[in-house]
Ligand binder design. Structure first.
Ligand SMILES: [Zn+2]
Length: 138
């Protein structure tokens, strides 16, 4: 039995979370218990480890889902590329590469550059449909 540790650096803040698990359990039965938060970002610095885990595992998937909904909605903003291992994946074209930030209320604000005003309108509608006020477009 070996105890493994994985370090997760989410791209939604600068927190660093370490998980540990034992390799005797099959993967689907593993419970990812939070081992410890080794770095607390400015927004989460007053939370305890458990609260940080809850916050980050809500904020990070919210960002991923919002971007994924926008990718699905706007295929003309997307390109398919193949990495060195031959895996294909989709990403925003360079000139539409989104940036995102969380405001002081932890609302996610996504900025997609070079959107036409029509696409911007449609993108806001798409985001409102799924996320109400939790996500906004810059
Ligand atoms: Zn954080």
């Amino acid at each position: 039995m070996t105890l493994h540790t994985t370090r997760w650096r989410p791209d939604t803040c600068t927190c660093i979370i370490e998980y540990s698990w034992e390799d005797t359990a099959p993967e689907e039965q593993r419970t990812h218990s939070v081992h410890r938060v080794t770095n607390k970002c400015e927004a989460h610095k007053n939370l305890n480890d458990k609260e940080i885990y809850a916050a980050v595992t809500e904020e990070n998937p919210r960002k991923n889902l919002a971007l994924s909904k926008l990718m699905d909605r706007f295929p003309h903003l997307i390109e398919e590329i193949t990495d060195e291992s031959g895996n294909k994946y989709k990403r925003f074209k360079e000139r539409h590469k989104p940036t995102f930030k969380f405001d002081s209320d932890r609302h996610l604000v996504i900025d997609i550059p070079n959107l036409s005003s029509r696409d911007k309108y449609l993108a806001k509608a798409e985001i409102n449909k799924h996320f109400k006020n939790a996500v906004d477009l810059a």
